[in-house]
Design a binder for this molecule. Structure first.
Ligand code: NG6
Ligand code: CA
Length: 544
């Protein structure tokens, strides 16, 4: 090795810690693995205090690294949180951003500078396995599920993808392998159609009034939850009473493509298999894997080996299944020698919910389990329980063990922070909400973000220091009604009125005392700050 090479590799060693070298003798950039859970709250994990659910594999990440107490998803719902994390830009800037169906175009502009694209350009092999829920295709027409389903993740920076395309409670109940429906028989075409009232935005606009529902299938003639309730494992609300697949009625209607239908009980095993193939691939490049798991979204159908293993019903059993795949993934990395130089981040897209369309026993069986670890709120809602996420990060080669950090970080910051880590520059003249707070993310600094914005069905929230502000908005009670239903439901929430709120999270972590009139100066400061952030930039839908 000549002197220049020695100098270069010692610079890399300083940047990345004492990391292994690749075949060319350069210090290897760290692998990055984001394990993203769905609808998991702070209180669902042992390392944040869960007792009725046991998560030894996830807890081990916390023991081996940093556990954050003030880390935020950008939204109380799935698609906007994912959009924000992958693009480094808050999804609320996108007009009408919300929960997508299988018929919606991809909401991230193809070819844009995203987290996977940034890493790809900097020598990474990038992949996504699991839930996508960011739309497919453009506005030019209906998606042809029998041809190339694109643009999708492969057009925004992922080299490889194996997907649960939307949510497991929505059709189509098939995997997408790259651009193609996995295991589809060309002789048995797959068709998908959503009744207008099954779209989430329609539901929100109609304040949760689902109407009579569509009993007959809009495509083909498969039974629906309304036409054949006797075929169901458990009951569902009207929105979830579309086509029945595997004993579960889904949102939307579908026909054909039978050889491709997934088996819900095997979904996590299938993702584990695909993960092993991705992680074991022999490559000189570091990898970025976005492992986006389905738990704890509805329908909760864990593999039978997990059923009955928790002390709070199916919802807890599903978390045990999630913990299993985390353990498998770490085992694979240990075996193939990559664990030491892999940054593993575990977090969730939004807060918990007990009832989300299916009468699966969660309301009856939760046994006092508090999925929010004492916070108020949950999925869809503006309180902290919706966006303050369990977040733990390990990187054996660099991060010290067992730290708890209260620093304020957002998933939206991953883009700028990891760009700094790999030596990438964000393109000039482009707008990002992402801040480089790498030292905070690695647990090496107590200086994080000054603020994070929280998007929800209730409008926007702003966290700054110990303060939390929620903007005034005409609010719909539909999400509260969902959370509050059932005598046994311990997630009782107070519906927000249409006024502004100001909470002191230090003295009032459950956000029960509105200090807006007592503290007009702070209120003004925060409302002006939010207004300023809102007008800093807007995004147009790329396909319009
Ligand atoms: C909603 C569904 C809900 C869930 C959610 C998406 C209602 C009435 N129904 O439309 O069951 O599928 O969309 O969840 O709320 S998310 O976590 O992917 O955003
Ligand atoms: Ca979610």
């Amino acid at each position: 090795m000549n002197k220049l090479l020695i100098l270069l590799s010692s610079c890399f060693a300083l940047l990345y810690g004492c990391n292994p070298v690749n075949k060319s003798g350069e210090a290897q950039k760290p692998n990055i693995l984001i394990i993203y859970a769905d609808d998991i709250g702070l209180g669902d994990l042992g390392c944040y205090g869960a007792k009725l659910i046991r998560t030894p594999n996830i807890d081990a990440i916390a023991e081996n690294g940093v556990r954050f107490t003030s880390a935020y998803a950008s939204s109380a719902m799935c698609s906007p949180s994912r959009f924000s994390m992958l693009t480094g830009t808050y999804a609320f800037r996108l007009p009408g951003s919300g929960i997508l169906s299988a018929e919606d175009p991809i909401c991230i502009e193809p070819g844009s500078f995203t987290l996977p694209e940034m890493l790809r350009q900097n020598g990474y092999r990038t992949g996504i396995i699991g839930k996508w829920h960011l739309g497919f295709g453009d506005k030019s027409g209906e998606i042809d599920w029998n041809g190339d389903v694109k643009p999708g993740p492969l057009e925004i920076g992922f080299d490889e993808s194996f997907l649960l395309p939307v949510t497991a409670d929505r059709v189509p109940t098939v995997y997408l392998d790259g651009h193609r429906v996995y295991n589809l028989d060309p002789a048995d075409s797959l068709f998908v159609k959503y009744p207008q009232e099954a779209h989430h935005d329609f539901q929100e606009r109609s304040f949760g009034d689902y109407g009579p529902g569509q009993s007959d299938a809009l495509v083909g003639n498969l039974p629906t939850g309304l036409s054949n309730p006797e075929l169901l494992r458990y009951g569902a609300d009207i929105q979830h009473s579309g086509t029945i697949i595997n004993g579960i009625s889904r949102i939307g209607h579908m026909a054909g493509g039978k050889s491709a239908w997934w088996n819900d009980e095997m979904m996590t095993d299938v993702f584990a298999e695909k993960t092993k193939v991705f992680l074991d691939k022999d490559s000189d490049k570091p990898f970025f894997l976005f492992l986006a798991m389905h738990q704890n979204h509805v329908p909760r159908i864990p593999n039978p080996r997990f059923v009955g293993t928790s002390d709070c019903g199916l919802r807890g059993d599903a978390v045990h299944e999630l913990d299993w795949i985390v353990g498998e993934t770490i085992r694979i990395l240990k075996e193939n020698g990559k664990l030491d130089n892999t940054i593993i981040i575990f977090s969730s897209d939004n807060g918990p919910v007990f009832f989300d369309g299916y009468y699966d026993g969660t309301l009856e069986d939760h046994n006092g389990h508090d999925p929010n670890a004492g916070l108020h709120g949950g999925k869809y809602i503006a309180y902290e329980g919706a966006t303050r996420m369990p977040t733990i990060i390990q990187w054996p080669a660099r991060i010290a063990k067992g730290k708890v950090s209260n620093v304020l970080i957002g998933q939206v910051d991953f883009l700028a922070s990891f760009a700094a880590l790999v030596g990438a520059k964000l393109p000039e003249g482009k707008y990002f909400d992402s801040h480089n707070i790498l030292p905070a993310i690695l647990g090496e600094s107590d200086k994080g973000n000054d603020y994070v914005v929280q998007q929800s069905s209730d409008g926007l929230g702003l966290r700054m220091g110990k303060w939390k502000y929620i903007e005034a908005k005409e609010r719909s009670a539909w999400a509260y009604n969902r959370h509050n239903q059932g005598e046994m439901n311990k997630m009782h929430m107070t519906a927000l009125e249409d006024i502004e709120y100001l909470f002191d999270l230090e003295t009032d972590p459950r956000e029960e005392h509105n200090l807006a009139s007592q503290n007009p100066e702070k209120l003004k400061e925060m409302s002006e700050m939010l207004k300023k952030i809102k007008v800093e930039h807007t995004i147009e839908k790329w396909y319009e």
